[in-house]
Design a protein around this ligand. Sequence first.
Ligand code: SAH
Length: 230
Amino acid sequence: MVTLGGFDLESAQPPDPALEAAFATARARMVRDQIEARGIKEARVLSAMARVPRHEFIPASQRALAYEDGPLPIGHGQTISQPYIVAFMTAALDPKPTDRVLEIGTGSGYQAAVLSGLVAKVFTIEIVAPLALRAKADLKRLGYQNVRVRIGDGYLGWPEAAPFDAIIVTCAPDQVPQALVDQLKMGGRMIAPVGPTGGVQELYLLRKHSKGLETQAVLPVRFVPMVKLK
Ligand code: SAH
């Protein structure tokens, strides 16, 4: 049995107000102890993390762990990132209410939901079709109307919707894909984990200038690989 605050999560029929209250309490604690305590100060990011119901993006069997300090499996060998990493990357992107943002690696749809409340429009690409379809359904069910989900290869980006104010890559390529740099606006920001699978990866924050790309390593990380189609 999977329980939280005395509730059996596998048999509970949402929405159960008492269960939702238990999740809300766990979520507030997550924001305080995992995110604020580690130095993330941006009020808009903290409030987005406090609002988005992470447990809705997690398989029922894992839901009791929704607000714990780590990544969780979401099926198909993929994971939803640790809450702190989601907050860190979101803050690093410096999202503005008018921004159009591209995400590579929809996964559960959680990161897209967090961005949804912070920017004008989110475009997100997922290569594993069942994950893309489930995320799309979850985002719709939860009312995130400014997110578009596409099944596709992130290495190609989303040329018809480009250019983007910001791009967030949530799987790790060996190097930053050129198509994504091309689809970034001048002055635009990109955050991406770069490096070999299972090896040392660094989260890079990039800014596109007329003179070239300004690149800054901001955090050592471990992400699933950005899959290359043969
Ligand atoms: N942002 C997600 C977590 C992503 S995990 C969330 O909030 O839940 C990384 C995702 O990237 C996985 O779902 C994986 O299938 C996807 N992925 C890997 N290679 C990809 C590629 N080339 N194009 C698009 N998505 C890719």
